[in-house]
Write a protein that binds this ligand. Structure first.
Ligand SMILES: CC(C)(COP(=O)(O)OP(=O)(O)OC[C@H]1O[C@@H](n2cnc3c(N)ncnc32)[C@H](O)[C@@H]1OP(=O)(O)O)[C@@H](O)C(=O)NCCC(=O)NCCS
Length: 154
């Protein structure tokens, strides 16, 4: 059977489009993002400062990534959220979203990319290792940091 193509859309995206993608893909996350008590503030920050990528299949959002790449002092980008809807895992949607993040971070002059992942999310950790990330210490009692150096080609 012919697979529906997957398209990645990025900035400029309206606030409504970002919010509806986050709602549609919330089941991807072990801990709901949209039901967090601080979600309003989290969304305000993401909407104002983060790069945002949405994977669309058959006109529906099936995954998204949000990344800050605006720290000119540390030159470190931070992927704050990256998730793919259940039922669409293994279609390389996560890899495509990650590639968008890494390319954008490079284009913005970042040298490293960091993210936080829960201890229990072993599948996500395996995915990040495959993307070239290495564990980089504890973030909280239930999560670790992972980090990737961005390689510059001349
Ligand atoms: C982790 C996640 C983003 C991966 O997305 P995906 O689209 O299924 O991943 P891909 O199809 O691009 O996988 C790429 C590679 O990563 C590896 N991988 C992906 N998910 C994996 C898993 N659960 N266990 C082990 N390896 C995995 C695969 O080996 C795959 O290798 P391949 O290229 O040989 O097929 C997705 O499973 C997800 O949304 N998980 C829940 C959300 C989450 O935990 N996010 C992290 C915290 S913000």
């Amino acid at each position: 059977m012919l697979q529906e193509p997957i398209t990645i859309i990025d900035s400029p995206l309206s606030e409504d489009i970002k919010l509806s993608a986050m709602k549609a893909c919330d089941s991807a996350f072990t801990k709901s993002v949209i039901n967090r008590i601080e979600f309003k503030e989290l969304f305000r920050k993401i909407n104002t400062n983060a790069e945002f990528f949405i994977a669309v299949k058959a006109e529906e959002p099936v995954g998204y990534a949000a990344m800050y790449a605006n720290n000119d002092k540390t030159k470190e980008a931070f992927i704050t959220l990256l998730g793919v809807k259940h039922g669409h895992h293994g279609e390389h949607i996560g890899t495509r979203l990650m590639n968008c993040c890494l390319n954008t971070a490079k284009n913005k002059g970042m040298k490293t990319v960091r993210l936080e992942v829960l201890d229990v999310d072993k599948g996500a950790q395996a995915f990040y290792i495959k993307q070239g990330f290495l564990a980089d210490g504890r973030c909280s009692s239930e999560s670790i940091f992972m980090k990737k150096e961005l390689v510059w080609s001349r």
